[in-house]
Design a protein around this ligand. Structure first.
Ligand code: DGJ
Length: 728
């Protein structure tokens, strides 16, 4: 039993293999957070809470004469707004009498077998190997009929605790929910750093580490998507934590829209971190009997540094968030025509790319933007999901069949959530586009956003996509989304604070319905590359185009930052042409392959235009992809260095520690170079391994402690794959 409750039904232990999360509903009914960290025995840690009369921190009525009992100082699970806790809160309510108070007390609990689902939202699911367990704690607002159910999921073997919140209005009067965050983590003692993953379009998810102090640290998105700029996943760690050692707490939100995460020390030096839907431009009206579900936060603790934490997230996201056939099935090696042709293609160009690719072992052609409506540039056509047969020289079925005849699979690009003003869809339904009547809307990439909160919009898109996917042999869909959302307005309801969340729920609804109709479809998420790379999207698409930046050296930074939470199997990564289209940099073909192999592998160029030696390298790389698939897609991943030094190295080890693969890329060159020495991780100390680099055989212990020095310092941008194999 991962969930243990004392006989009074007030002390809750959530036990995973190596961690404990503990809560206690005290005699006043406040749900206190007593502990989260390395595993402890089932004993009440409320004694850790040392109360004091703290000036200007008031006392709730139940405290009577006791001035030391203050919500402003107590560690809590669900701090409410307006009732004496002046720190960041999780829930804000406006009542029909004009008051603003969210004061919750403990009512009871329930334990459910298996993991919980959240209506309309992604959530971790059970697998054959591991079933979760669920604790539901119910709280009631003191002066209204608003109930809160706090959901706690425990995945014992994976060292993961999840949190989600349901707010229900059981009263007669409307209640306005102005904020509903999913998770509060209070730490009474110690210092913490917060690591966030920040960037911009084509340069996403660079780690940034800051000490948590009395100045509030906050990142988030109000762009309608989780965004390129900040990722909805952060690490709180001890200031001493490194890759291999130290306490690390991960907070990862399974949500693809506006979010916020913040951390701050209070007046007594306690740290509070909160995470959930961004309350900016958020406001939900709950009528009698209505409920609101906040998205899931996936928490994990490791005392083995960032590496230990990453391993836990990789496993849980790969095995319990991704769904469908492609959790297990091999991903095809693909070639995408975007950087090869942009909008300038026809049937023969595509077939020439496909023929060459197929002759080199590539398994799928993905036809990117431009195959529909009037779409020869990014200024028109979005929304008109009708095949442009003139451009394709025939039907999509004919093209798909020709690709299939080559023994390849066929994939297709869509950008369902968008509309061009120059489109038949916009001319027929201008009110389907998100824009405020009487105001000129912002355009992003010269396009508008469709109101995905409207069912008729989603029905149209489902009908169009179903028609296309049913009438051509399509194995894969790239689901793109190329602008941030603003100018929000909806013609179907007037509480615009509901828009952003309803938009995200609408996207999820369409994805769910599409996958129900085409369960074997491989979906690749994309938002101008990595603008919606989050745990929520992984519920629908087991791979996401990691970035629009295909430069192998920039990709080192991007894939490094992405790897803290997201498994390599989820990162779309392609070999593209040089000079690179985003940076102008020239890197060796081999290096581009080695970097892309650490991802959902593919190509993004016309292979008719590369040299014969490079074509031979494609064959070799495809063979390497197959040879190392289990390692790269299911193995354990180690960051051996950061990308900021002279080289960047990382490693995969298989489940039984019989094989390891290191990739090393030189990022700069210098005169009179110092030797390159790399660490080796994750081997079995007792096994003996042969290293492909120098054919030496040593024990795992020796390799891991001694490491490997390269005999020759590779040149700038050169790369190496080095294998360790256990000797029989
Ligand atoms: C942005 C994507 O990230 C690219 O890969 C490509 O699909 C373009 N959109 C097409 O418009």
């Amino acid at each position: 039993m991962a969930i243990k409750v004392d006989k009074e039904g007030r002390l809750f232990h959530l036990q995973t293999k190596d961690s404990t999360y503990q809560m206690y509903a005290d005699e006043k009914g406040i749900l206190l957070h007593t502990y989260y960290g390395k595993k402890i025995d089932e004993e009440n840690l409320r004694g850790l809470i040392c109360r004091a009369d703290v000036g200007f921190s008031g006392n709730p009525p139940e405290a009577g004469e006791d001035r030391s009992y203050s919500l402003d100082c107590l560690p809590q699970e669900m701090p409410g707004s307006g009732v004496g806790d002046y720190r960041d809160d999780c829930i804000r309510l406006w009542h029909s009498d004009g008051s603003m108070a969210a004061d919750f007390r403990y009512v009871g609990y329930e334990i459910l077998a298996g993991s919980y689902r959240i209506p309309g939202l992604p959530a971790l699911h059970d697998s054959e190997e591991e079933q979760g367990q669920t604790l539901v704690i119910t709280l009631k607002e003191v002066a209204s009929q608003v109930m809160v159910c706090l959901y706690y999921g425990v995945f014992e073997a994976e060292n993961v605790i999840t949190r989600a919140v349901r707010v229900e209005n059981q009263g007669k009067e409307d209640v306005i929910l102005d904020e509903c965050l999913s998770c509060c983590l209070d730490f009474q003692f110690g210092d913490l750093d917060m690591v966030t993953f920040a960037g911009r379009h084509a340069m996403e998810r660079g780690p940034e580490r800051n000490p948590v102090g009395r100045t509030r640290l906050e990142v988030g998105s109000v762009r309608g998507t989780s965004s390129h700029q900040y990722n909805p996943a952060v690490i709180l760690c001890s200031p001493q934590a490194t890759e291999d050692f130290g306490d690390c707490y991960g907070m990862c939100l399974a949500y693809s829209g506006n979010f916020v995460v913040s951390a701050q020390k209070d007046q007594r030096g306690q740290t509070r971190a909160v995470m959930g839907i961004n309350p900016r431009q958020f406001s939900f009206c709950l009528k009698e009997g209505e409920a609101f579900d906040a998205p899931q936060v996936i928490l994990s603790y490791s005392d083995r540094g960032f590496t230990g934490l990453s391993h836990q997230y990789h496993r849980i996201l790969r095995e319990h968030m991704c769904r469908g056939k492609y959790v297990r099935a091999r991903r095809p090696v693909l070639i995408n025509n975007w950087e090869a042709t942009y909008f300038d293609f026809n049937e023969e160009k595509l077939m020439a790319i496909a023929r060459k690719a197929s002759s080199l072992g590539i398994e799928m052609l993905v036809l990117d933007d431009g195959w529909f409506g009037k779409r020869d540039s990014d200024n028109s056509g979005l929304g008109d999901w009708f095949v442009n047969e003139k451009k394709l020289g025939g039907s999509l079925k004919r093209l798909g069949d020709r690709i299939h005849d080559l023994g390849m699979q066929f994939g297709l690009w869509f950008e369902p959530e968008m509309v061009s003003q120059d489109s038949d869809l916009y001319r027929a339904h201008p009110d389907w586009a998100v824009q405020v009547p009487g105001r000129e809307p912002n355009r992003g990439r010269n396009q508008l956003v469709l109101d995905m909160s409207r069912k008729e919009v989603r029905d149209y898109l489902l009908e169009r996509m179903t028609d296309i996917l049913s009438n051509a042999p399509i194995d894969y869909v790239k689901w793109d989304m190329n602008r941030s959302v603003c100018d929000i307005y909806s013609h179907t309801y007037n509480r615009i604070g509901e828009f952003y969340h309803r938009y995200v729920c609408g996207v999820y609804d369409l994805l769910e319905r599409l996958l129900a109709r085409f369960p074997d479809l491989l979906l690749e998420g994309c938002s101008g590359g990595g603008g919606r790379f989050d745990a929520g999207m992984l519920y629908y698409s087991p791979q996401i185009w990691c970035s629009d930046n295909t430069d192998a050296i920039n990709r080192l930074d991007i894939q490094y930052g992405t790897s803290f939470f997201y498994p390599v199997s989820t990162m779309g990564s392609h070999v593209s042409a040089v000079p690179n289209h985003q940076t102008g940099r020239v890197t060796p073909f081999q290096t581009r392959g080695h970097v892309a192999l650490s991802g959902s592998f593919g190509y993004e160029l016309d292979l008719n235009k590369v040299t014969e030696e490079e074509q031979a390298l494609v064959k070799e790389q495809v063979a390497q992809f197959h040879k190392y698939y289990e390692l790269t897609h299911e193995g354990t991943y180690y960051r051996l260095s950061g990308p900021a030094g002279r080289f960047c190295a990382w490693e995969f080890v298989d489940a039984d520690q019989s094989q390891a693969l290191e990739t090393l890329v030189m990022t700069s060159a210098e005169g009179n170079p110092m030797p390159v020495h790399t660490t080796v991780k994750g081997l079995d100390p007792e096994k003996r391994y042969r290293c492909s680099y120098n054919d030496m055989v040593c024990s795992g212990r020796t390799w891991m402690n001694g490491g490997l020095t390269l005999e020759r310092v590779p040149g700038e941008y050169e790369s190496l794959l080095i294998e360790w194999r256990a000797e029989e």
